[in-house]
Design a protein around this ligand. Structure first.
Ligand code: GDP
Ligand code: MG
Length: 597
C-alpha cells in the first residue's frame, strides 16, 4: 500500500468509556467480518480480558475503508493494553501509530486514565481526534464534555465527533476524521529494513507470532532477519495481517502494521520494542525506546494439594510461553511445601496469572503476601536484591535497605478527597501536587510501592465508591527504615507469613495478623502463643488457650459410631493441616491470613 493511503491509530479511553464497542463498530462498518462472525467484542479475545474489560495483549486489525474522496485507505487500528502494569507495552504500541481516537464518555467526562493515556499519546506526537461517545444516554452532556476536553487536556475539541458506539451513530464521521486528520506514516521503501517489534504471543499452530510496524524497507517471506537487541537471526516464514481474521500477505512495506512468524519457539526471544532488520545490509542503528521489562512484584504460588506440584510446574511453564514478562523459580516453604516464587509487572498481572492457573488449568492455589524487590547494601559493601522475605540475611550484616517508590496520580470527585489524602498519608505518601479541574481534584503523591501492592487500589475504590482513578509510574529507589517481621506460632517462625514492612507499619500489621491467626488456629491440648516479632523483639502477641480436658473426654467412650465418625473426620482434617512446632495449622488459616494483606 502507498504511504499516502495508510493511517495507523489507536483508541485511548478511560475504562468503560466504549473503546472496545467502538472498535467492533469500526470493524463491522468496514466489513472485516460478516455479521455472523461478529461475536461480542472481538478484540478482547481472552476470557479474562472480556470479563475485566481490559486488553492485555496489543491487537491490531486492518480495516479497508473507502472514504468520501473515493480512495480506499488501509486503516490499522491498534488496541493497546489498558492497565498501568503494562505501561511499557502501551508505549511501544503508541510509538507504532501516528494518531489516536480519544474516546470520552459523554456522561462521565474526562477521567484519570483518559488523561494519562492522552498525555502519552501527545508525547508520541500523535494527532488526536476527540470522540464524545454514548451521546444516546439520557445523562449525556456532550457540550460540557467538549469544554472539559479543551480545558483539562488542552486540545481543540470544537470538531469532536459526537457518537454512540452502541447505536452506531457517528461511525462514518469517525472514519472520515481518521483519514482527514491523522497523518500518513513516513518511510523509505529502499532504505535498509527497520521494523519495530510491537508485541509477541504464542500460537499453538504458528509458534511465536510477532506484531511489527515497518518503519523503512520491506519485510517478506524468505527474508533472513536479525533482532538487534535480542541478537538472534531468524528466517521469516509468514507475513500477514488481521482483519481480524488472519490473512497472509506477500509483504509489509513502510508504514504498515502486520504480523510475521519466523520459526521462533519462545516469546522470550521476541522482546517488545526490539528492532528487526535484515541480516545482510541491515540498519546500523536500532530504533529508540527499547527497554527490558522487569518484574516488580513477587509472591509465592503453592498448590493447596501437594500432589498438584507437577501440574503447577507444567501449567506455569505453559503460561510463560506466552508471557515473557513473568518469571518463576522453584521455592520450598516449611509451611506450604513446594511451590514457585513468581515475579509480575504489578498486582493486576499477578491476579491474571493466578486466575488463569486456577481457571484454565484447574489448580487450587495459595498465594503468599506480595512483596516488592528491596535492595540491600551490606556492611561489606556488596549489594543484593531481595525477592523473597524468606531470604533476608542477618540484619546486623545489612548497612541499609532501599525500597522502590512510585509517583501516583489520583483523580477524584471533590467529596472523596479528604479520605483519599488520609489513605495516602497512612501509606507513607508524600503529597506533591493538588489541583482542581471542574469539581474534580487531581492529586499527585509519591508512595512506597510496598504500601501500594497490598490493598491500596481496593481501598481507594471503596473510599470513593469507584469514582477515583489511579495511575502510577516507578520513580526509583529510596532508603527506608525497613524491618523483617516474623510470625511465630508456638515459638517457631512461619516462613510463609514473614514479610518486610516499614518500622512504622510493623505493629498494626503484626497485631492484625496475630489476631486473625488466633481465630483461625484450633485449640490444642496446650497453650499456643502467637507472636509477631522483629528479630527477638515481640511486637504483638495473642495466646490460644488450651483445650479443656473434659471436652475431649466426652468424645471417648459412649457411642461407637460417633467415635468412628470423629476419627474419620480427624483423618480428613489432618490432610489439610500443616504441622507447625507441634501445632496443626489448617490450610485455611494461611490463606485467610494472607488474604488480608
Ligand atoms: P472499554 O472499557 O472502553 O473497552 O468499554 P466497552 O466498549 O467495553 O464499553 C463499556 C460499556 O459501555 C459496555 O457495557 C458497552 O455496552 C457500553 N457502551 C459503549 N458504547 C456505548 C454507547 O455509545 N452508548 C451506551 N449507552 N453504552 C455504550
Ligand atoms: Mg475494552
Amino acid at each position: 500500500t502507498e504511504l499516502a493511503q495508510i493511517r495507523n491509530f489507536s483508541i485511548i479511553a478511560h475504562i468503560d468509556h466504549g473503546k472496545s464497542t467502538l472498535a467492533d463498530r469500526l470493524i463491522q462498518r468496514t466489513g472485516g467480518l460478516s455479521d455472523r462472525e461478529m461475536s461480542a467484542q472481538v478484540l478482547d479475545n481472552m476470557d479474562i480480558e472480556k470479563e475485566r474489560g481490559i486488553t492485555i495483549k496489543a491487537q491490531t486489525v486492518r480495516l479497508n475503508y473507502t472514504a468520501s474522496d473515493g480512495i480506499t485507505y488501509e486503516l490499522n487500528l491498534m488496541d493497546t493494553p489498558g492497565h498501568v502494569d503494562f505501561a511499557y507495552e502501551v508505549s511501544r504500541s503508541l510509538a507504532a501509530c501516528e494518531g489516536a481516537l480519544l474516546v470520552v464518555d459523554a456522561a462521565q467526562g474526562v477521567e484519570a486514565q483518559t488523561l494519562a493515556n492522552v498525555y502519552q499519546s501527545i508525547e508520541h506526537d500523535h494527532e488526536i481526534v476527540p470522540v464524545i461517545n454514548k451521546i444516546d444516554l439520557p445523562a449525556a452532556e456532550p457540550e460540557k464534555v467538549r469544554n472539559e476536553i479543551e480545558e483539562v487536556i488542552g486540545i481543540d475539541a470544537s470538531d469532536a465527533v459526537l457518537a454512540s458506539a452502541k447505536s452506531g451513530i457517528g461511525i462514518d464521521e469517525i472514519l472520515e476524521a481518521v483519514v482527514a486528520k491523522i497523518p500518513a506514516p513516513k518511510g523509505d521503501r529502499t532504505a535498509p529494513l527497520k521494523a519495530m517489534l510491537v508485541d509477541s504471543w504464542y500460537d499453538p499452530y504458528l509458534g511465536v507470532v510477532i506484531l511489527v510496524r515497518v518503519i523503512d524497507g520491506v519485510i517478506k517471506k524468505g527474508l533472513n532477519v536479525k533482532f538487534m537487541q535480542g541478537g538472534t537471526d531468524h528466517l521469516v516464514d509468514r507475513v500477514g495481517c488481521f482483519t481480524p481474521k488472519r490473512i497472509d500477505l506477500p509483504e509489509l512495506g513502510p508504514g504498515e502494521i502486520g504480523f510475521i512468524t519466523a520459526q521462533i519457539k519462545e516469546v522470550e526471544q521476541a522482546k517488545v520494542g526490539d528492532t528487526i532488520t535484515t541480516v545482510k545490509g541491515g540498519a546500523a542503528q536500532a530504533l529508540p525506546g527499547y527497554k527490558e521489562v522487569q518484574p516488580v512484584v513477587f509472591c509465592g504460588l503453592f498448590p493447596v494439594d501437594a500432589n498438584d506440584f507437577e501440574k503447577l510446574r507444567e501449567s506455569i511453564g505453559k503460561l510463560r510461553l506466552n508471557d515473557a514478562s513473568f518469571s518463576f523459580e522453584m521455592e520450598s516453604s516449611a509451611a506450604l511445601g513446594f511451590g514457585f516464587r513468581c515475579g509480575f509487572l504489578g498486582l493486576l498481572h499477578l491476579e491474571i496469572i493466578q486466575e488463569r492457573l486456577s481457571r484454565e488449568y484447574d489448580l487450587d492455589l495459595i498465594t503468599t503476601a506480595p512483596s516488592v524487590v528491596y535492595r540491600l547494601t551490606m556492611t561489606d559493601g556488596t549489594v543484593k536484591e531481595l525477592h523473597n522475605p524468606a531470604d533476608m540475611p542477618d540484619p546486623v550484616k545489612i548497612d541499609f535497605m532501599e525500597e522502590p517508590w512510585i509517583k501516583a496520580v489520583i483523580y477524584t470527585p471533590d467529596e472523596y478527597l479528604g479520605s483519599i489524602l488520609k489513605l495516602c498519608q497512612d501509606r507513607r505518601g508524600i503529597q506533591k501536587d493538588l489541583t482542581y479541574v471542574g469539581g474534580r481534584a487531581q492529586v499527585t503523591y509519591e508512595l512506597p510501592l510496598n504500601e501500594v501492592v497490598f490493598d491500596f487500589y481496593d481501598r481507594l475504590k471503596s473510599i470513593s465508591r469507584g469514582y477515583a482513578s489511579f495511575d502510577y509510574e516507578q520513580i526509583g529507589l529510596q532508603e527506608g527504615d525497613l524491618v523483617m517481621m516474623n510470625i511465630l506460632v508456638n515459638n517457631e517462625p512461619v516462613d510463609a507469613l514473614s514479610m518486610v514492612v516499614h518500622r512504622s507499619q510493623a505493629e498494626p500489621r503484626g497485631r492484625a495478623l496475630v489476631e486473625r491467626l488466633k481465630e483461625l488456629i484450633p485449640r490444642h491440648m496446650f497453650k499456643i502463643p502467637i507472636q509477631a516479632a522483629i528479630g527477638a523483639k515481640v511486637i504483638a502477641r495473642e495466646t490460644i488457650s488450651a483445650m479443656r480436658k473434659d471436652v475431649t473426654a466426652k468424645c471417648y467412650g459412649g457411642d461407637i459410631t460417633r467415635k468412628k465418625k470423629l476419627l474419620e473426620k480427624q483423618k480428613e482434617g489432618k490432610k489439610r493441616m500443616r504441622e507447625y512446632g507441634n501445632v496443626q495449622i489448617p490450610q485455611e488459616a494461611f490463606i485467610a491470613a494472607l488474604r488480608m494483606g
